[in-house]
Design a protein around this ligand. Structure first.
Ligand code: AMP
Ligand code: GLY
Length: 422
């Protein structure tokens, strides 16, 4: 079977490594992939958002199955375009990917179907938004409607910061058309949990829970990033909370999308906050999370390709999706200065043994050597019987990897370990 994975990050590397375990797979292409992914797949120089070239490539190579991993091509309708040419795919169609592509859509969906989320107001002009902010409770949360490279959410601790965010999104168009509308919502508190799920529109199978660490600095300080590390499972996600989420959030969301005529097939990501009033949805993503995938897929015991094709063929209810009862930890090695500015082009040296698994995110091949080419460079994942052991292995391997200007958080999993001791 010939496969194509669309995307170029650590998440795509983890998906490719998972797919490779299937014996039927003869070739895997990655578009565009990266210098590290090139070890596990044939990289093709097509931008992840270039739908026409992707379709032509699939036809030319006779691709049997394509996994569209990133948000942009999904929201743009890449799955629709591939399926129109008879290419089987994993990922939602455009009309369902809107659950991530428009925050206004997702908030209105949750309101209509009584799915617990933060209270909110929608604005399509800055004057009304600024007027509302005069009396809004502070802190408040401002969200650009559309995709904004993960930067479209501003937590404003003061009225002044909230006003500035509105002006920069709606008037200065910091995120272009993504900021034509905004959501202003209630600030929630509590531990965050990421739950990725497989769904074929009829059945929803939550994967093992995980916890991201979004801030750049130790003890959750500094700027928001794409994610500096993950652990799985998430100790805050107890069986009781899991049950509530299934009844009040997961199934109602799948049903809501069906009722809207927007059946979601693929990986639906629930970003949850466990508030004092119960679990609430912070965000939906229409795809696997990054770097959540780098801890979730290494714990998947079932065959990834079999699960994905079961989703595509709408027979998820007929298969068993099994996860290991081990723990996983992923530490992201970034370039010093990320997420603002950083230098690139430094040689990366990775030991050959398998103390931990390395998922490559921002690196390219130059004169036969792997060199840094992005903010987040590597994700280093280890699995073990306990979280403490997984973290120890991951950090031990991180210390043996070298590249100039390497930076990583020293406290991935620390909050989870503390919670388990309480
Ligand atoms: P993202 O949408 O991935 O850019 O992440 C935004 C982050 O902002 C989330 O992971 C939360 O930590 C935080 N966040 C988003 N919405 C809220 C909210 N209503 N209350 C508190 N924190 C929020
Ligand atoms: N880790 C959060 C995301 O993938 O958006």
């Amino acid at each position: 079977m010939k496969l194509l994975v669309v995307g170029s990050g650590g998440r795509e590397h983890a998906i490719i490594k998972g797919l490779k375990k299937n014996k039927e797979v003869t070739e895997i292409y990655a578009a565009p992939g990266n210098g590290g992914i090139a070890k596990d797949a044939v990289c093709v120089n097509i931008l992840a958002t270039d739908i026409d070239s992707m379709v032509s490539f699939c036809i030319e190579k006779g691709i049997d199955y394509a996994v569209v991993a990133p948000d942009d091509p999904l929201v743009l309708g890449m799955v629709d375009a591939l399926e129109a040419k008879g290419i089987r795919c994993f990922g939602p169609k455009k009309d369902a990917a809107i659950i991530e592509g428009s925050k206004v859509f997702s908030k209105n969906l949750m309101k209509k179907y009584s799915i617990p989320t933060a209270a909110y107001e929608v604005f399509d002009n800055a004057a009304d938004a600024l007027n509302y902010l005069r009396t809004a409770p502070i802190p408040t949360v401002i969200k650009a409607d559309g995709l904004a490279l993960g930067k479209g959410v501003i937590i404003a601790e003061t009225r002044d910061a909230a006003e500035k965010a509105v002006v920069s999104i709606m008037q200065d168009k910091q995120f272009g058309k993504s900021g034509d509308k905004i959501v202003i919502e209630e600030f929630l508190t509590g531990p965050e949990v990421s739950v990725l799920s497989f769904t074929d529109g009829k059945t929803v199978v939550p994967m093992i829970s995980s916890m991201d660490h979004k801030r750049a600095g130790d003890n959750d300080t500094g700027l928001n990033t794409g994610g500096m590390g993950t652990i799985a499972p998430n100790p805050f996600y107890t069986p009781e909370i899991q049950k509530q989420c299934m009844e009040k959030i997961f199934l109602p969301t799948i049903n809501a999308m069906n009722s809207e005529g927007r059946t979601f097939k693929g990986c639906l990501y629930f970003g949850l906050m466990l508030t004092p009033d119960g679990p609430k949805v912070i965000e939906y993503n229409c795809r696997f999370g990054d770097p959540e995938t780098q801890v979730v897929l290494p714990l998947l015991e079932s065959d990834l390709l079999e699960v994905m094709t079961a989703v595509t063929d709408e027979r998820l209810a007929d298969i068993d999706v099994k996860f290991s009862d081990k723990c996983a930890a992923c530490v992201i090695m970034a370039s010093q200065g990320y997420p603002v500015s950083y230098k690139k082009g430094y040689k990366i040296t990775i030991p050959e043994d398998n103390e931990a698994e390395v998922f490559v995110a921002g690196a390219k091949k130059e004169n036969g050597e792997l060199v840094t080419s992005g903010g987040r460079v590597l994700g280093v994942t280890a699995t073990a019987d306990t979280l403490a052991e997984a973290l120890k292995k991951s950090y031990s391997f991180v210390k043996r990897i070298t590249f100039d200007n390497a930076y990583y958080r020293k406290d991935i999993g620390a909050r989870a370990l503390r919670a388990m001791e309480e």
